[in-house]
Write a protein that binds this ligand. Sequence first.
Ligand SMILES: Cc1ncc(COP(=O)(O)O)c(C=O)c1O
Length: 410
Amino acid sequence: MNRFPTPPTCAAIRAAFPAVCGDTVFLENAGGSQVPACVADAMHRTLRETYVQLGAGYGLSRRCTATVEAAHAFARTFVGARRGQAIIGPSTTALLNLLAACYAQVLEPGREIILAETGHEANLGCWKRLERLGLVIRWWRVDPRSFECPLDGLRTLLNERTALVALPHVSNLLGGVVDLPAVVALAHAAGARVVADGVAYAPHRAIDVDAWDVDWYVYSTYKVFGPHMAVLYGRDDALAELPGPNHDFIPRDDLPYQFEPGGANHEGCAGLLALGGYLAFLAGAPAGTACDRAVVEAAFGRATALEAEPTARLLAWLRARSGVRIIGPEAAGTARVGTVSFVHERKSSREITAAVDASGVAIRCGHMYAYHLCKALGIAVEDGVVRASLVHYNTVEEIDRLIGVLERVV
Ligand SMILES: Cc1ncc(COP(=O)(O)O)c(C=O)c1O
């Protein structure tokens, strides 16, 4: 039985986001999404009322400490963690750098790290830099026809020296959803751990680290209707293998603090926690419902359903346009999210994007830090792709406005 039979209307959803109520059509969500008013208000309130240090005995400190702890609990629920920790940090790039620095202390020279060529540089650069320590990088190549890194390719790379496999769950340029459980199963069979970048997946679908059995999973909260921070999930046994980077007098089992040097951003934690209220609203739960796993799943079920039509419409228009090449899966459906990239055979991506931007529709062009991927696909990195990226608050009318401008430009 559906616990939440009456989800909000599209108009009510849009009204929850002050920034999307203006004139600009915002289709740059893969860059960073907008926040609902409840998130902005919670951050504002924290800065005005409980902006004090954690762990002291006075009342304000106890309140602020409780907020930061509750934000960690929310993050665990959000990612579906039942046997691991949610580490909160400033960004995905920073958290993956931290993770790589921890692995640098325990991996022997000669161990191998497999990197998916479809990755964002945040999950590549930090591992590539370990080559200096004698670790060996193996590239998991992308097939330029399917835009996927094939599982067979991974099979041939895995061996007893493999320590890690780093990949994006969804590429922020291609939009296709990778079969993460299949990757995890292969990697685990070879004794390797998996570091999945969920940044481009998290705004669209419910994360379920426990079901996928993944070792490390990271996403940026500012792309999921929240403040500018990131969450790194680590499974208990993966965490236990690593020395955390915090001060040496902090006990090793003081988790996740051992992996949060300097602590988490307080007002950001308040904003992250408040997102639970928005997810309950999106799920159609009665006011005041706590954000549990059922709420997260129902909210993202609704988000996925809302994204389907606008995504399909944009892809259908692009497919029908001569001179346009979609970079990523061409068909809409569950195997892709609404992050849609393309190039044109005569017009540069810059030229197209400038014209679209000038019409009040916000999109983006470039290599999107998927630099290796662009090179592998033969796309000029200086110009890159045109990318329009939508989330659940975008409408078919907004996509039609984009299409109207593109009709004139390409
Ligand atoms: C797929 C993907 N991974 C990682 C990142 C880096 O995230 P952050 O800005 O939090 O470091 C981005 C940012 O755009 C991204 O799209």
